[in-house]
Design a protein around this ligand. Structure first.
Ligand SMILES: Nc1ncnc2c1ncn2[C@@H]1O[C@H](COP(=O)(O)OP(=O)(O)O)[C@@H](O)[C@H]1O
Ligand SMILES: [Mg+2]
Length: 378
């Protein structure tokens, strides 16, 4: 098992340890591989899924790994990927100059750290879209948005999924909302400001939604120019933001068509697992149709590989297949699988603030730089 040699308490790639002055009495019999409640803290998030149970190591005792005075193992701490892999997600300039090969198997270009902007808008609208659920749309919307905001861009996130996961992920209780995107779509004369919420991230706002939005799909059918309802609703906001990111629902219904009609770009998150490519043809066909009939400006900005686990052959094979199929449309940035993301949902904040120094935060910052670099290249 990885990391057994690790005895440095705060070392990169080792188990995170927090200094603590309390609870020392209960740590005497714990090993370096056990948390306060006896779990194996060295178990990595993917272990269970790979069929390797952490249990056989539960009572393993390594005499060389006693905790230093004043430290205990943080049960919530995760085991970060090995530094070699971390470097492929957030490489330093020197490595990049040596033309490192990135996780997609292509040389990783340098994405410059974007300078500040003095003026904002007009907004580039990005639809985060995949009709498959659980591929990382909401996670990518929150964290790409937060990373762009860190770089000084004004960002609006639009929760366009009646599940309201984006709103929840930003600490909003959707059930308590009086006004949501739904009202903005269907009530004429309602100003967007009445629906807008500020988030804890400076420069990032939210148009929240809740289950009400599920009615919109049916109600919009009888509207004139029903496919461009969202576009009209976002119109007054265009000059206030640099990026508007729409978190689509997992379907290719009218709401998603509305998102695609208002968007300049589409980002398609793909989970690095066996059925990743299933349904992507239907999605690209839909994008093409919307481009042809409703929105000439629409472009696929990129395919984003998510939940990538560099330690499994399977993940690497899926990523290779995705690159084979979509070539340069695949972002160089790849998002690794880490338990930090589910944790951030519970915390109600982006990973860039929840675990600012984590590999996950670094990955979304790099994605923000790559997205900005693609924008500037146009
Ligand atoms: N890179 C990742 N590593 C581990 N878990 C992730 C990652 N990205 C997302 N998740 C988790 O996977 C689940 C589905 O992600 P989500 O962003 O909600 O997908 P979608 O919006 O496409 O349905 C969530 O519980 C989320 O926390
Ligand atoms: Mg979602």
């Amino acid at each position: 098992m990885r990391g057994q040699e690790s005895s440095a308490p705060e070392g990169v790639g080792s188990v995170a340890v927090r200094a603590c002055t309390t609870h020392q009495n209960s740590t005497t019999s714990m090993t370096a591989h056990q948390s306060m409640d006896g779990h194996d803290v060295n178990a990595r998030p993917g272990d269970a899924a790979n069929g390797r149970s952490a249990e056989p190591f539960a009572d393993y005792t390594d005499p060389h790994n006693d905790l230093p005075e004043g430290h205990f193992y943080d049960p919530d701490a995760e085991f970060e990927p090995d530094p070699e892999y971390a470097a492929t997600l957030a490489p330093d300039a020197a490595r990049q100059r040596r033309e490192r090969i990135g996780p997609t198997g292509r040389p990783l270009p340098y994405f410059p750290i974007p300078g500040p902007v003095s003026e904002h808008g007009p907004a580039k609208i990005i639809a985060m879209c995949n009709q498959k659920g659980g591929v990382g749309k909401t996670t990518s919307t929150i964290n790409l948005g937060a990373a762009l905001a860190e770089y000084g861009r004004r960002v609006l996130l639009v929760d366009f999924d009646p599940q309201g996961a984006l709103s929840v992920g930003l600490g909003v209780n959707p059930m308590e909302l009086d006004l949501t995107v739904y009202n903005l779509l269907l009530e004429r004369g309602l100003a967007p400001d009445e629906v807008l919420l500020k988030t804890a991230v400076a420069g990032m706002d939210l148009l929240p939604s809740n289950i009400d939005l599920s009615a919109a799909e049916v109600q919009l059918v009888s509207e004139v120019a029903r496919e461009s309802t969202l576009q009209r609703a976002l119109g007054p906001l265009m000059n206030d933001y640099d990026f508007i990111i729409i978190d689509c629902q997992p379907s290719l219904g009218l709401l998603t068509v509305n998102a695609l009609t208002s968007a300049h770009k589409v980002i398609v998150p793909l989970e690095c697992e066996f059925f990743a490519l299933r349904g992507v043809a239907l999605l690209t066909e839909t994008i093409e149709k919307v481009k042809e009939r409703l929105n000439n400006d629409l472009e696929l900005d990129g395919i984003l590989a998510t939940m990538y686990d560099s330690r499994t052959v399977h993940s690497r094979e899926v990523l290779a297949r995705v690159v084979e199929a979509f070539d340069n449309n695949v972002y160089h940035t790849v998002i690794g699988r880490t338990v930090r993301f589910p944790e951030t949902t519970v915390a109600g904040e982006p990973i860039t603030t929840y675990a600012s120094n984590s590999v996950g935060a670094a990955a979304y910052r790099q994605l923000a730089r790559e997205v900005l670099a693609r924008c500037h290249a146009e």
